[in-house]
Design a protein around this ligand. Structure first.
Ligand code: ATP
Length: 245
């Protein structure tokens, strides 16, 4: 039997004394695009931060359950090892780029823990600039002066420069004008076709369900529905709550 690449099993997490996830379980297979949809505050970002093994207080404390990657529990793994050893990267909401560094410097910094040889790194620089020509044009520009869309491209570019094979995206369409949003999703699809596994959180449930293969609906810290996206889009409750009726 094929083991899913990522398995989250009965995950309970807390912020202080407040439980934010009440037993979340889901899987992501190698090469799949899976989306988590849900209302504000449902627990989507919390889930991604737990998978990335980010520490409290910004991220939640894991109380019970398991997170396995390629069959091995990763609970307690240092977050930089998750990136360097598992090639699993979270692109958080708000992007977290270094505003006072240039585009080029931000990309370079992302390679620091990477073990690949210099040819792999150079190949990935080329790939990032090819996927996002705007970043190429703005190489020497300080990142804080980029537009919101360009910063989002840089955040994805940094994930690629870290050698990422599994990308977790928290609201990649946030603040993007429609054309840039479709460009971003086209680029993500291209990356997926080259083998990148994607776990996506997206406020725009319609867009997310069109883009992904499978989806999970989170409501106040619990999974309330899941399945292939085509099936979820026909689910009357999903339609009513998340797709505008
Ligand atoms: P959104 O789409 O609004 O980002 P979300 O589904 O990603 O929502 P989370 O950000 O995961 O939701 O939040 C889940 C719950 O945990 C919410 O009730 C939120 O208020 C709470 N929460 C999130 N971060 C913290 C924190 N650092 N400290 C305390 N509570 C938090």
């Amino acid at each position: 039997m094929n083991i899913p690449l990522l398995e989250v099993e009965n995950l309970h997490v807390k912020y202080g004394n407040i439980e934010a996830l009440h037993g979340i379980s889901f899987t992501v297979g190698q090469g799949e695009i899976v989306t988590l949809i849900g209302a504000n505050g449902a627990g989507k970002s919390t889930t991604l931060m737990a998978v990335a093994q980010l520490p409290p207080p910004e991220a939640p404390k894991i109380i019970s359950g398991d997170i396995r990657f390629a069959g091995q529990s990763i609970l307690g793994m240092a977050p930089d090892r998750v990136v360097a050893d598992l090639h699993l990267v979270l692109v958080p909401e708000g992007r977290h780029i270094f505003g006072n560094l240039t585009v080029e410097e931000n990309l370079k910094l992302a390679t620091y823990a990477r073990k690949g040889d210099v040819n792999d790194i150079n190949r990935d620089y080329k790939r990032v600039y090819q996927l996002f020509p705007r970043l190429n044009e703005r190489k020497k520009q300080r990142s804080e002066s980029l537009s919101g869309g360009e910063q989002q491209m840089l955040a994805v570019g940094r994930a690629l420069m870290s050698g990422c094979k599994f990308i977790m995206l928290d609201e990649p369409s946030m603040g993007l004008a429609p054309l840039l949003m479709y460009d971003m999703f086209r680029t993500l699809k291209e990356l997926n076709e080259e083998g990148m596994t994607i776990l996506l959180i997206e406020q725009n449930a319609h867009l997310a369900l069109k883009f992904a293969h499978r989806g999970y609906v989170i409501d106040t810290g619990e999974i309330v529905a899941h399945g292939p996206c085509a099936t979820l889009m026909e689910n009357p409750e999903v339609k009513k709550a998340y797709l505008g009726g």
